[in-house]
Design a protein around this ligand. Structure first.
Ligand code: TMP
Ligand code: MG
Length: 304
């Protein structure tokens, strides 16, 4: 079946979600996906929760051919980091990022290397005397962009009281400031991430534990957060991620009935396509928007 035919049949299976016809959409098992979407709709909004990664999932990967920053990059590129610090942080990125996304290495191989990257980056950032009071300006002056449609996503979830859990290996203080400045940090949004630890003078001294990196986003860091227990009645999950490490983000939820995994495939699309199609129910290739997610949510939450 050609890609166009496949998209045609997907649309026929679920005409209520026309966004699934976008050329960026790839689905390995269309019937299964449509069954999941219908089952989640049947269960209703009161049973639903959204679990999402932040960097390169809620935020954009690129714009006009240029890369957008991750929450770490926002700090790295800011005026508060010395030239020497910037160079060292960039060297780390150039060394470890290709490892992070290498489809030919196992997660077991990658895990200790990610701990090395995050530990070194956090140590370097902690030497820079970053002030808590500077965070808002650093974010305001950055090139960060949320994906198109972020307003509708956050507004819909807020309107229907659907909890949104952001599980991020980025920097919590930065990403919270991004969503605050975008005016979408509603009470239904909860964040688990790497948070800065400031001294009595408001100067960064270290990062709080546990360290969250790309490949330990699972129960191991969620133990002790009461959050997941509270949500045990929310048995339908929409999971949003951009990395193979994001697939385990819902592992701590006690009673999952239906989980729809939507993956943004941003980089090295050809090499990673096979792995992504096997792992994610819906793969969005080089799609800088939240159109598909919003279309599915509109259908699920629509009162009939
Ligand atoms: P996440 O999107 O899975 O939460 O992961 C955060 C991203 O941050 C991950 O793709 C790697 C990236 N990162 C940086 O850009 N700079 C850094 O210094 C570190 C430690 C991570
Ligand atoms: Mg990410």
């Amino acid at each position: 079946m050609s890609a166009a035919e496949l998209r045609g049949s997907e649309a026929a299976l679920c005409p209520q979600v026309p966004e699934l016809q976008k050329t960026t959409v790839r689905i390995q098992q269309p019937e299964r996906v449509m069954g999941l979407i219908r089952a989640i709709k049947e269960q209703g909004g009161s049973k639903l929760q959204v679990i999402s990664d932040f960097d390169m999932t809620l935020s954009r990967f690129g714009c006009n051919g240029r890369r957008c920053p991750t929450s770490h990059n926002i700090l790295d590129n800011s005026h508060v980091i010395s030239e020497d610090g910037k160079k060292k942080l960039k060297d780390l990125l150039h060394h470890y990022y290709p490892i992070e996304i290498d489809p030919n290495r196992t997660l077991e191989e990658k895990r200790p290397l990610m701990v090395e990257w995050w530990t070194q980056a956090h140590d370097l950032l902690s030497q820079q005397k970053i002030q808590k009071g500077d965070i808002a300006q650093i974010v305001r002056e950055s090139d960060v962009m949320l994906r198109d449609g972020f307003n509708e996503l956050f507004d819909q979830l807020h309107k229907y009281n659907v909890p949104m859990f952001i599980f991020s290996a980025g920097v919590g203080d930065i990403l919270e400031e991004i969503i605050r400045q975008a005016n979408v940090f509603y009470p239904n949004v909860n964040v688990v991430s790497n948070y800065m630890d400031f001294d009595d003078n408001g100067v960064l001294k270290c990062f709080k534990s546990p360290l969250i990196h790309t490949y330990n986003k699972n129960n191991s860091v969620l133990q002790g957060t009461a959050y997941f227990q509270q949500l045990s009645t929310r048995t339908s999950i929409i999971l949003l991620g951009d990395s193979m490490g994001d697939l385990t983000m819902a592992d701590g939820v006690p009673s999952v009935e239906n989980i729809l995994k939507i993956g943004f495939l941003n980089d090295k699309v050809e090499e990673q396509r096979g792995n992504y199609l096997d792992a994610y129910d819906i793969v969005l290739e080089s799609d800088e928007t939240l159109d598909v997610v919003n279309g599915i949510l509109r259908y699920i939450l629509m009162e009939t």
